[in-house]
Each structure stands twice: as structure tokens, then as C-alpha cells.
Design a binder for this molecule. Structure first.
Ligand SMILES: Cc1ncc(COP(=O)(O)O)c(C=O)c1O
Length: 396
């Protein structure tokens, strides 16, 4: 039976990582893979995570199952981090948060839940969106449509076209929005734009699904959640998937959450029971380790303060690099306005160069990025920025 299967082409990002590893150029630069890197090019374990982990090893008394919803403590703390303790939806008792295996586990659980609501659910995703959104939603059987988002000509958001598309949605449709630090383009909605999206959501009756994978890596923990909080205050129902991979550096520990905002307390309990049943049918229960680390950090004032500091170091480094690379490009006399890079948020931006130029950077200079010209800003550092800008000047 397995013989009937066909080998699939390699995933482009994994292929890029393999090509980078194989390249013997000592000056090669990796701007492809989507993980945070420090000045030395490492993705370190946060100091606060090491401390919490040490504490947990001492305190742990069992490895018994934790149940499909994960630990209530983690869910509660994540909900407060995402929505704030005094958000009207929280105060009204309309929210419920489950622990999931990373943001991907949350997204797939959301998709399966939505399919239970209606077999004909359509999910609208931004053009472009994170590539994995498509299989995470589509493989669950949901139909995918796109709304315009990023304008490659202006390197900004096509907001009027986005709104015009959202006005075509029907009640029962789902609109997937990036909470902050849009992947791949880095262009985020302003708070006024979030407000407008909220009005359209209320008017058309679509359900917003907000993917929050980079909270704290744009402008700050509160700032990065401000848009989705506006939306959550206006719409009757909403789903939020969150990832602790980037902001806690817990990538391989598979730590995330799904928050459902329901119309009433009664529907909150129904949604919770359905989500637990969805989870039972996919991965049964989430892994405990990463969430236990987050729970230990967020339940301690001291560790939380330390996490804020370490997160600020990552955020400030990314934002400083955005400024540095734009300054260097201008100083090198490269024509074209790259200032959009400083206005964008999070780890990613499109350089806006052609796939041929991307290929040239890879072949001739050992600089790796995905064909769309999405770069991981955190892959730049003081030691490689001049080489990157020189190479850019050559291919442009
Ligand atoms: C936009 C977006 N959503 C969700 C995720 C999921 O992250 P994870 O499953 O690693 O927590 C990522 C990871 O790169 C992402 O970029």
C-alpha cells in the first residue's frame, strides 16, 4: 500500500537549510531559517528558561498525563499575557485557553474545531502568509481563499484592497490575521486599521482567527497584542493561537496555546469540550515540559521580570539591526528606498529583489534567503552586515 505513495519535493526552507549546511564558504550568511539568532549567530537557551527548568526538575514529582487541555495554570497565564487580565471578554467569562504543542498544534486544532462547526468553512488568509498556514488549515479540509495584504511595489499594506476583500466574506467564514510581526512581510496593521477590521468583522459576521507567534518581538508584549485586543473587544467570537517558540525561545519544546472567545459562558464551556475532543483525536495531550517552564516563569514576579529583560534584548537587537542595515544600504549608495525595513516589525522583511538576484546572492556570495527574498533580520550581525550590503550592491 505504501508503494502507491509518491515522493514529495523537498520543503523549500528545509532544502535551503541543507544547502547552507553543505556550503563550505566560511563567510556564508544564513538569512533563511526563521529562528532568532544572537550576535554570534546562535539561538541560545534563555537564561530564565534554564533557571525555570532547573527549578522544575527539582520540584517535579510525576510524569503522569496532564490531560487534553494541558495545565489550567499555563492556560490562565497565557490568556492574561495575550488579552490582559482586565479585557472585557475575560471579565465576562467568555474566554478559555488550552495548552497546545506549539503554535502549529494550536492552528491545526483550530482548523479541526472550525470543520466541526461547518464542513464548508472557508478560511481567508493574507497574500502572502506563512507557508505552513495553508497545510495546517487546508489539510483539515477547510477551503482557503486569499485577501490582498502586502504590496510589493510600495512595500506596505494594501489596506483598501484588504478591506474590500473582507467585505466580500460571508457569515461563517474565517479570516486568519497575524497578531503582530507578520510572517513573511513584517508589515503590521496600525491600531486604526485593526479597529476598521473589527468593524468589518462585526458587520459581515466572519470569525477572526488571530495567529500570535511573535508577541514581544515587535514593539513590546502589550503593544504587540493591542490590535487583537481591539478586535476581541468588538467581535462576539474569535480564536487566538499563540506560540512560545520565539518569545521564550522554546522552539523544540513545542509550546503554545489556543484561546477561544465565545458568545456566552455556556458556549465557552461547549467550545472547551469540543476542543478537548478535537485534541484527543489528534495528539491526545500536549507535551508538558515547555509549558511547565512558561508557567514557572510567568508565576514568579522575579522570573517574569528577567524574561521581560531577555525578550527586550532580542527585540532591541532586531530593531537596531533593521536601522543598521538600512543605514548601510544608504551609505553604500544603493539606489532604491529600503527605509520600509525600519518601519516593519519582527524577524522578517522582504528585500524586494527578484528570485534571480536571490539565486545570485546564494551562488556567488553564500548568502541564503528564501526565493521570495524574505530575510530573517536576526541572521544579520556586525560581522556580516558589510558583506551582505556589498553583495546586495553587486546583484542590484
Ligand atoms: C506565523 C507563524 N505562526 C505560527 C508559527 C508556529 O510556531 P510553532 O509551532 O513553532 O510554535 C510560526 C513559526 O514559525 C509562525 O511563523
Amino acid at each position: 500500500m505504501l508503494e502507491t505513495l509518491k515522493k514529495l519535493p523537498e520543503d523549500p526552507i528545509l532544502g535551503l537549510m541543507a544547502a547552507y549546511r553543505k556550503d563550505s564558504n566560511p563567510l556564508k550568511i544564513d538569512l533563511g531559517v526563521g529562528v532568532y539568532k544572537d550576535e554570534a549567530g546562535n539561538t541560545p537557551v534563555l537564561e530564565v528558561v534554564t533557571q525555570a527548568q532547573r527549578h522544575n526538575i527539582q520540584a517535579e514529582t510525576t510524569k503522569a498525563y496532564i490531560g487534553p487541555a494541558g495545565t489550567p495554570g499555563f492556560g490562565q497565564l497565557m490568556e492574561t499575557l495575550i488579552l490582559g487580565a482586565d479585557h472585557p471578554a475575560v471579565l465576562a467569562g467568555r474566554t478559555n485557553t488550552l495548552q497546545t504543542p506549539g503554535g502549529c498544534g494550536a492552528l491545526r486544532s483550530a482548523a479541526e474545531l472550525l470543520k466541526r462547526c461547518s464542513k464548508n468553512t472557508t478560511v481567508w488568509v493574507s497574500n502572502p502568509t506563512w507557508a505552513n498556514h495553508i497545510p495546517l488549515m487546508g489539510d483539515a479540509g477547510l477551503a482557503i481563499r486569499e485577501y490582498p495584504y502586502y504590496d510589493r511595489e510600495t512595500s506596505g499594506i494594501q489596506f483598501d484592497q484588504m478591506i474590500a476583500a473582507l467585505e466580500q466574506t460571508s457569515a461563517g467564514d474565517v479570516v486568519l490575521l497575524h497578531g503582530c510581526c507578520h510572517n513573511p512581510c513584517g508589515a503590521d496593521l496600525t491600531l486604526e486599521q485593526w479597529q476598521r477590521v473589527a468593524e468589518v468583522a462585526k458587520d459581515r459576521g466572519f470569525l477572526p482567527l488571530v495567529d500570535l507567534a511573535y508577541q514581544g518581538l515587535g514593539d513590546g508584549l502589550e503593544e504587540d497584542a493591542a490590535g487583537l485586543r481591539i478586535l476581541a473587544a468588538v467581535v462576539p467570537e474569535m480564536l487566538i493561537t499563540a506560540s512560545c517558540s520565539k518569545n521564550f525561545g522554546l522552539y523544540r519544546e513545542r509550546t503554545g496555546s489556543i484561546t477561544a472567545i465565545s458568545r456566552t459562558r455556556v458556549s465557552r464551556d461547549i467550545t472547551h469540550s469540543q476542543l478537548c475532543s478535537v485534541v484527543r483525536g489528534i495528539y491526545s495531550m500536549p507535551p508538558a515540559h515547555g509549558a511547565a517552564i512558561v508557567e514557572t516563569i510567568l508565576s514568579s514576579e522575579e522570573l517574569t521580570a528577567q524574561w521581560y529583560e531577555e525578550l527586550a534584548v532580542m527585540r532591541n537587537r532586531i530593531n537596531d539591526l533593521r536601522k543598521l542595515v538600512v543605514e548601510k544600504i544608504a551609505a553604500r549608495g544603493i539606489t532604491g528606498d529600503f527605509s520600509f525595513i525600519t518601519h516593519q516589525k519582527g524577524m522578517f522583511s522582504f528585500l524586494g529583489i527578484t528570485p534571480e538576484q536571490v539565486g545570485q546572492l546564494r551562488e556567488e556570495h553564500g548568502i541564503y534567503m528564501v526565493d521570495s527574498s524574505r530575510i530573517n533580520i536576526a541572521g544579520i550581525n556586525d560581522a556580516n552586515v558589510d558583506r551582505l550590503v556589498d553583495a546586495l550592491a553587486q546583484v542590484l
